[in-house]
Design a protein around this ligand. Structure first.
Ligand code: GDP
Ligand code: MG
Length: 173
């Protein structure tokens, strides 16, 4: 049947984090099951959608990408977002050090209600890892975030992380 006719909820979700951590590729993996090896930093597409069933509800996820504007994310980007994938790169310490600032930014734009999934991406690059999993787990526990390590390249945990985020949003809507 046509799921479009039976949508129960539309969830706006945003993908956020430093440049080059893999935000666009994570979104591409989830929405199209693609990884683009020669992608440019800017794609120009504002959001992708995918319809999923969560606890019997048909949910249209509208997932926004910063499209290379990480340094100048506007209030419009955050407006109405129910959830966020906050991405860092397990091979770039700085991208993890900035996560706290992104959490602050997310919460200040959403009256603290936004559901945040912390994502340590590039899990396939095991030899280049500089951020221990335990550090991220500890931070996520302190801050009340959900957490997964992913690889947009192999696809590992990308679907799982998005679905978990939608389930948690669905619990609070
Ligand atoms: P964004 O700036 O956060 O949107 O990052 P991109 O999605 O454009 O990715 C930045 C770079 O990291 C690109 O060269 C991607 O090919 C690469 N990349 C993204 N995700 C992964 C991943 O999971 N594994 C590996 N090895 N490279 C990745
Ligand atoms: Mg991008």
């Amino acid at each position: 049947y046509d799921m479009e006719e039976k949508i129960d909820y539309v969830f706006k979700v945003i993908v956020i984090g430093d440049s080059a951590v893999g935000k666009t590729q994570i979104l591409s993996r989830f929405s199209k099951n693609e990884f683009c090896f020669d992608s440019k930093s800017t794609i120009g597409v504002e959001f992708q959608t995918r319809t999923v069933i969560i606890n019997g509800k048909v949910i249209k996820a509208q997932i926004w990408d910063t499209a290379g504007q990480e340094r100048a994310v506007t209030s419009a980007y955050y407006r109405g977002a129910l959830g966020a994938m906050l991405v860092y790169d397990i091979t770039k310490r700085q991208s993890f050090d900035h996560v706290a600032k992104w959490v602050e930014e997310l919460r200040s734009h959403s009256d603290n209600t936004i559901v945040i999934m912390l994502v340590g991406n590039k899990g396939d690059l095991v030899d280049l890892r500089v951020v221990p999993t335990e550090d991220a787990i500890e931070f996520a526990d302190e801050q009340g975030l959900f957490f997964y390590e992913t690889s947009a390249l192999t696809g590992e945990n990308v679907e799982t992380a998005f679905i978990k985020l939608f389930e948690e949003i669905n619990r609070v809507v």
